[in-house]
Write a protein that binds this ligand. Structure first.
Ligand code: ARG
Length: 400
């Protein structure tokens, strides 16, 4: 029989009730683990005390914001990772980090089971369980909501019957997941995909339609990582936080999409990721200036694959890890400054400079000082077109 269970604890109704449920169903002690990935909201100490009050034998809280920014968000930025070309992987990036802390808590407390509060319909169950399998295959996983049929109504009844210290009447119609990289909002009236998002659902961004002055920012990168904003040095976490505030105030980074979940369902999500989307826009442009053409083209395919692997819960997989090495190489020369104007929901690059630039004014200019030898172009174009010319001649011969 299992000795104890480590539970990924958010402090919300489901995981609070989950503590007692797991204990009742398995007879095991429950250790709650809460991880701060920059989701804001309640103080970690309050969450810790709630876990203990709900019956956990121990509760661990981890401030993982710096780790999340440096080891999860920055690799995503280096890859300009956008699932389905749009979603910056907000939730998908935080799950493997939570998994790491669950595994270390399980080792610390000698637990042999890990529990999470995901339903059976989403991606996060996959990310937790595949992550656990990759890091600690000896651990088993349980998901009370999915496996023990813990519905919201039952959770409320249970909390009231046991007098658990949680607010059970507050009923948000939305399912929200947020961290420093962004915010995801689903369910409620958004499940009708014809319904437009209302202003109420946003919290990281202001309405882009509200008139305000544009904000111009200069972001400096070293090897693909933001290191300064308007000349002041920043850590990756600070860069994201500052850009969340500044780009968020301009309504940058709102995304309303229908996405393909790993379990086969198409679902509607509304995201807001002002910092992530502004940083990605700046980083992409610096790549355009500093990354050699064929490497950039290949990176375009690899970034899509990277995003799919992370979305699909394969953060710790060999291919994902190999692609991280590839993107470190891609970012070797991604050093320099990007100037952007943020306004009306858009972050638009207006200038770039880099000592690693491959842009050569004397090759590009149409003015005096041109060093490009145009006489070489004629022969190049003739040979470049040779296969097409041969194919056209063959078509005429065989079809005529
Ligand atoms: N669809 C997103 C993903 O799978 C977000 C999931 C969590 N979203 C939520 N609103 N609870 O990464």
């Amino acid at each position: 029989m299992s000795s104890s269970v480590v539970l990924a604890f958010s402090g919300g109704l489901d995981t609070s009730v989950g503590i007692g449920w797991i204990k009742d169903a398995t007879g095991c002690d429950v250790i709650a683990v809460a991880v701060d990935v920059g989701q804001g909201g309640e103080d970690l100490e309050v969450i810790r005390e709630r876990a203990l009050a709900c019956g956990a034998v121990d509760a661990v809280v981890v401030d993982a914001r710096t780790e999340f920014a440096e080891h999860f968000c920055m690799p995503a930025l280096k890859a300009d990772a956008l699932y389905m070309d749009r979603y910056p992987l907000v939730s998908a990036l935080s799950r493997p980090l939570i998994v790491k802390h669950l595994v270390s808590a399980a080792k610390q407390f000698g637990a042999d089971t890990v529990a999470h509060g995901c339903t059976g319909k989403g991606n996060d169950q996959v990310r937790f369980e595949v992550g656990i399998t990759a890091l600690a295959p000896e651990l088993s996983c349980i998901a009370p909501i999915r496996d023990l049929g813990l519905t919201r109504d039952k959770a409320i009844d249970y909390a009231e019957a046991k007098g658990l210290p949680i607010e059970t009447t507050k009923k948000s119609p939305y399912s929200i997941d947020q961290n420093v990289w962004g915010r995801a909002v689903e369910t409620g009236f958004l499940e009708d995909i014809w319904n437009g998002p209302i202003e109420d659902i946003y919290s990281y961004t202001d309405d882009p339609a509200i008139a305000r002055n544009a904000d111009e920012v200069i972001i400096s990168f070293e090897h693909g990582i933001p290191v300064a904003i308007d000349g002041s040095p920043v850590t990756p976490l600070q860069a994201i936080e500052i850009m969340n505030a500044r780009a968020g105030a301009q309504g940058v980074g709102r995304i309303d999409m229908v996405e393909d979940r790993l379990v086969g369902i198409k679902s509607r999500e509304v995201y807001e990721a002002p910092g992530a989307m502004a940083l990605i826009a700046a980083h992409q442009e610096l790549c355009n200036v500093t990354v050699e053409r064929d490497l950039a083209r290949f990176a375009g395919t690899a970034r899509q694959r990277w995003a799919e692997l992370v979305y699909d819960g394969l953060w710790f997989s060999p291919l994902k890890r190999a692609l991280d090495e590839f993107f470190t190489t891609v970012n070797e020369h991604v050093t320099g400054d990007v100037r952007m104007t943020m306004h009306g929901g858009r972050a638009v690059v207006t200038g770039r400079r880099s000592s690693h630039s491959l842009y050569d004014f004397s090759l590009a200019t149409y003015d005096t000082g041109d060093t490009f030898d145009q006489s070489l172009a004629k022969g190049f174009v003739t040979l470049w077109g040779l296969p097409s010319r041969m194919a056209a001649a063959r078509d005429e011969r065989t079809q005529g």
